[in-house]
Design a protein around this ligand. Structure first.
Ligand code: FAD
Length: 376
């Protein structure tokens, strides 16, 4: 692996950094307080090409690869995880269509999902299952040249802005398939937005499918192949969450350094205290380790050598780092950090979801350990 960035990757970093500094940082607090989806920032990310870094040029992407994808997410998440995570959530549907879609499906959906003219949602979680997607109860019943989809998905990020949803449902074979459902279809009902603890403003909503009729041609991949679609998309989503984690940890470290430099303890900056230096050193080392693991995992995807164990490892480790670093940052900020006056409490709340969504850490450990056990 080449540890240097090429010119294109350096351009991605500076574009995302400029966008984060000029447009995102100043809005992060309001997005969180108002739980308000930043439509204009999502559109701007599309215009800047941040949704198409890993997508082929023929659909409007730049084809730079998954390393570029994680670099962009990291930079934006250092300013606001809500905004940066939009790239990774949108990527779930993009990846599903790219790997499993027909030519017609790719031409119909990918260009606008890449340009940011529209977004997508990807819904598998249901009331009784989030960690075991094979246990879903949503059904897709064939009827002539259509499927009729019925069920309820409890968490669908970006749903109100999405033009298309990837919906997982059991078909007549009893197996899970993936379907492309236009969100303006009759019977596709987006319930009120959830009040989440962190990444507020991500427009996470329950979605009801009341006998939604879609053409048979909207089956994504082969019948019964839904689990493959899910795993393929989630592998890319998990690299994105590792990058979100690195971004949050980077933001928390920067805020802590800034705070400690400016706060005086016995007439000296707090940064002079060995205890604070020790915390900063630990935060920096852990963030760097998570960052390089994330880059390496994205590089494996670029080389078509990524396994489920690799993406599980990156997400498991980086999400733990994000939470540990946010915790240490809170300690540096003391009681003021615990108030809403300072922004570190937002990062502390945002970090938690990285250990929960797109496979909880407990299951990630089992995936990694199970893979090791099978090897031996
Ligand atoms: C902000 C946010 C956005 C989300 N966006 C989406 C979205 O866009 N689309 C979507 O489909 N979902 C989304 N989700 C849902 C999320 O992916 C699921 O909640 C997640 O996969 C966990 O599922 P669960 O909540 O059912 O947890 P559960 O499966 O109930 O797990 C709870 C706990 O039980 C234990 N556990 C469960 N299963 C196992 C096991 N097999 N082995 C060991 N321990 C286990 C673990 O300790 C785990 O932490 C979102 C969630 C949040 C919070």
């Amino acid at each position: 692996m080449d540890f240097d960035f090429n010119d294109d990757e350096r351009d991605v970093i500076s574009t995302a950094q400029r966008f984060a500094a000029s447009k995102v940082r100043t809005r992060a607090r309001a997005i969180d307080e108002n739980n308000e989806f930043p439509t204009d920032l999502a559109q701007e990310m599309g215009r800047l090409g941040l949704f198409g870094l890993h997508m082929p040029e023929e659909y409007g992407g730049t084809g730079l690869g998954y390393k570029a994808y994680v670099l962009a997410i990291e930079q934006v998440c250092a300013a606001s995880m809500t905004v940066g995570a939009i790239i990774a959530i949108n990527a779930l549907t993009q990846e599903s269509i790219l790997r499993f879609g027909t030519d017609e499906q790719k031409r119909r959906y990918l260009p606008t999902l890449i340009s940011g003219e529209s977004l997508s949602t990807f819904a598998f979680t249901e009331g009784q299952t989030g960690s075991d997607p094979r246990a879903i109860t949503t059904t897709a019943v064939p009827d002539g040249d259509t499927y009729v989809i019925s069920g309820e998905k409890t968490f669908a990020s970006l749903a109100p802005s999405a033009c298309v949803a990837v919906i997982f449902a059991k078909d007549d074979s009893g197996k899970t398939s993936a379907f492309l459902v236009d969100t303006n279809s009759e019977g596709f009902v987006i319930e009120g937005e959830l009040e989440t603890m962190g990444i507020r403003g991500e427009d996470v909503c329950p979605v009801r499918l009341n006998d939604v009729r879609i053409p048979r041609s909207n089956l994504l991949g082969e019948q019964g192949q839904g689990y493959n679609v899910l795993l393929t998309a989630i592998n890319v989503g998990q690299i994105g969450i590792a990058a979100e984690s690195v971004g949050v940890a980077t933001g928390a470290l920067a805020m802590s350094l800034d705070y400690a430099r400016n706060r005086m303890v016995r007439d000296k900056p707090m940064t002079d205290l060995p205890t604070i230096q020790s915390l900063l050193g630990e935060m920096s080392a852990r963030t760097d380790a998570a960052r390089w693991l994330t880059y390496r995992t994205a590089d494996l995807k670029d080389k078509a050598r990524l396994t489920g164990r690799d993406s599980a490892t990156a997400k498991l480790f980086a999400s733990q780092v994000a939470n540990d670093v946010a915790d240490m940052a809170m300690q540096i900020h003391g009681s003021y950090g615990y108030t809403k006056d300072l922004e570190i409490e937002r990062l502390y709340r945002d970090a938690k979801v990285t250990q929960i969504y797109e496979v909880v850490s407990e299951v990630q450990r089992l995936i990694i350990g199970g893979s090791l056990a099978r090897e031996s």
